[in-house]
Write a protein that binds this ligand. Structure first.
Ligand SMILES: [Zn+2]
Length: 268
């Protein structure tokens, strides 16, 4: 599932080639449109000026104040292709025909993602938690978030209304870096552990962006290339393999319905 580093990578790919003028937005499946504040024809002839990211959402800002917001769900891909290339891939639900002989494709086999056509993005994002790579995301903020919470720390890290952009992969990696078991009660973390976790979250996300995200199967960047951070993961997807710290076989357990990977010896 694309998380913060994957969406950030796609955003960077798109930002490099902007601005691009929209000729037409071709919607192949109506149900991929999650919200529509304006008519599709209002986009024709307008220019996409800026790509940005909020949590796991990718935002394209159009010059007349309209926004295209994508969420990639479990298996979504968003990538640029040359206009003359025939689309051979299945599950391409949205095609944005652009100038410079390009088109932007939204492909999503499992359809957990979608497209929002919005005028007011501030209210759309108002409930989303802080950005983990922002300065506002700091140990005192994390401490405030964890205070009095009886639930497992892993569950809290995945709550997008508290911290936006983290998913299963980077939550497991950050907890390993901080030496904290994923099933630890959130409120039981010491100030020192919270500092380590805050640091681990920022570090793993920054490093993954540098390697253009993690590809196990579905994820591709904005140029349709796989990421490379899967080669640098320490615990996620490495069940029964040696812990990079102590050499013991890594464990896997289910927390809140999600598989969690950790080292019994290095994480407490
Ligand atoms: Zn270990």
């Amino acid at each position: 599932m694309p998380e913060l580093p994957e969406v950030e990578t796609i955003k960077n790919n798109l930002q490099e080639i902007l601005p691009l003028r929209i000729k037409e937005l071709e919607l192949r499946r109506e149900d991929i449109l999650r919200c529509q504040d304006y008519a599709l024809k209002e986009l024709a002839g307008q220019s996409i000026e800026e790509a940005s990211r909020r949590g796991k959402y990718l935002i394209l800002a159009v010059n007349n104040g309209l926004f295209l917001v994508f969420h990639l769900g479990m298996s979504g891909r968003l990538y640029i292709q040359e206009e003359e290339n025939t689309i051979l891939e299945p599950h391409v639900h949205v095609i944005i025909h652009l100038d410079k002989r390009l088109k932007l494709l939204y492909q999503d086999a499992r359809r957990f993602g979608g497209l929002w056509l919005l005028k007011d993005i501030d209210s759309f994002f108002s409930r989303l938690g802080k950005e983990p790579l922002s300065e506002e995301f700091c140990p005192p903020y994390l401490e405030q978030v964890l205070q009095g919470r009886q639930t497992a720390i892993k569950n809290l890290l995945l709550n997008q209304n508290l911290i936006s952009g983290l998913g299963n992969i980077y939550a497991d990696e950050a907890l390993f870096m901080a030496g904290i078991r994923p099933d630890r009660q959130a409120a039981s973390l010491s100030v020192r552990e919270i500092e380590g976790l805050c640091c681990g979250i920022k570090e793993v996300l920054t490093k993954s962006i540098k390697y253009r995200g993690t590809t196990f199967r579905d994820y591709r960047d904005g140029k349709r290339q796989p990421g490379e951070f899967q080669n640098h993961l320490q615990v996620y997807g490495r069940f029964n393999q040696a812990c990079p710290n102590c050499g013991q076989p890594l464990k896997r357990t289910r927390i809140g319905g999600r598989s969690s990977h950790y080292c019994e010896k290095c994480q407490h």
